[in-house]
Ligand binder design. Structure first.
Ligand code: NAD
Ligand code: WQD
Length: 343
């Protein structure tokens, strides 16, 4: 089976490629490298012992995408990770986000449909729920107006996929990720944020290694046990394994409808301070942090009801918070060695 992984040199995509290849799938990666680097393909080859095909391609470019599909036939399913993902940047540059995230999706499904390769797994996000009225949040929970252009691209993308699934033979699964953190156990692939990280985990590891002076904890006046905000952090390897299950489900015609949606989280929420304490425990390093005001646009707490995914996919996140923070730290240290070698 040949699987197209769009955005496959990125953080989550690269872990997914490894899991697919280890299960014997043939993989072709397309990525325009706007938020990753081609060396990730070498790392994947080192982990799996086999080199995936890789083509540099901007999926938002309709002609280039059509050209790719004209030459690359026999794709059984596509997994679509290729998108911009920084919430703050999307507020500052909405058109850049709508253009990239929506054009790339449209170009991908248009060409898949033409080829008859009608199986799509789409990277959605818990951001579609905003601050839910009830916790945990299930797939049936209300989708509220998006808080950012990025969030809106995920909502609109799901609507586009839904409509195309009704109108054509496309089959799709949207996976709504909660907060993916951590890295592969080999420490050969992981998250590689360009510039100052927005997300908590890379900011913690960069503070620990000395790239950042101090971690700002955004708010300790939330109505949570320790006052800091709560999220459902999930190990990126658990997330990648869920994608393999989703692909198998589609290819073996086990989907219950043409468009299915699943939450991917652990079902447990952790506060910012709990993540910090876990990191300090596994690394033995004290993090220099200060409490500052809440970050604009942050919700107070969210975690997933994972019962539908557990039951239907037969998948459950297996790795705990300490394994997440430990692997993130091993990756940060490995990155330092790579950076020292290339200086
Ligand atoms: P990432 O930036 O590491 O990976 C995305 C990859 O897509 C990058 O390699 C980038 O170069 C590529 N890309 C972007 N636009 C492209 C285009 N037009 N053509 C070809 N390649 C393009 O991000 P990630 O964290 O791995 O996220 C993957 C997907 O998961 C995204 O769709 C993101 O919105 C979604 N998601 C991420 C999170 C998270 O916290 N990381 C949470 C929920 C959902
Ligand atoms: C987690 C917690 C921060 C940084 C984002 C997107 C969401 C999804 C996942 C893609 C929050 C706090 C953070 C820091 C801190 N992505 N924090 N100091 O905001 O839950 O979700 O990534 O779909 O759409 O919004 O993740 O890692 O930024 O923050 O105190 O320096 O850590 O306030 O409570 P978030 P995050």
């Amino acid at each position: 089976m040949k699987i197209l992984v769009a955005g496959g040199t990125g953080y989550i995509g690269s872990h997914k490629v490894v899991e697919l290849m280890q299960q014997g799938y043939e993989v072709v990666i397309v990525d325009n490298l706007c938020n990753s680097y081609a060396g990730v393909v070498d790392s994947i080859a080192q982990i799996t012992g086999k080199r995936p095909d890789f083509l540099e391609l901007d999926l938002a470019d309709a002609d280039a995408t059509e050209c790719f599909f004209n030459h690359y036939t026999g794709i059984n399913a596509a997994i679509h990770f290729a998108a911009h993902k920084a919430v703050g940047e999307s507020v500052a540059k909405p058109l850049m986000y709508y253009r990239n995230n929506l054009y790339s999706l449209i170009n991908l499904i248009k060409n898949m449909e033409k080829q008859g390769a009608g199986n799509l797994v789409f990277s959605s996000s818990c951001t579609v729920y905003g601050q839910p009225d009830e916790l945990p949040v299930s797939e049936q929970s209300l989708i509220k107006p998006a808080w950012s252009p990025y969030g809106n691209t995920k909502q609109v993308s799901e609507e586009i996929i839904h409509d195309v699934c009704i109108a054509t033979k496309l089959k799709a699964i949207a996976l709504r990720y909660f907060n993916p953190i951590g890295a592969h156990a080999s420490a050969l692939i992981g998250e590689y944020p360009i510039g100052v990280p927005n997300n908590l985990m890379p900011f913690i590891t960069q503070t620990a290694i000395g790239k950042r002076e101090v971690l700002s904890v955004f708010g300790d006046d939330y109505p949570t046990p320790d006052g800091t905000a709560i999220r459902d952090y999930i190990h990126v390897v658990d997330l990648a394994k869920a994608h393999v299950v989703a692909v198998k489900r589609m290819l073996s015609n086990q989907c219950k409808s043409n468009f299915e949606v699943f939450n991917l989280g652990t079902g447990s929420g952790y506060s910012v301070l709990e993540v910090l304490r876990s990191f300090e425990k596994v690394s033995g390093i004290k993090i220099n942090f200060k409490i500052v005001a809440r970050r604009a646009g942050d919700i107070e707490q969210v975690w997933a009801d994972t019962s539908f995914a557990n039951r239907e996919l037969g998948w459950k996140a297996a790795l705990g918070l300490d394994e997440m923070t430990h692997s993130a730290w091993e990756w940060e240290k490995a990155l330092r060695n790579i950076e020292l070698k290339t200086q």
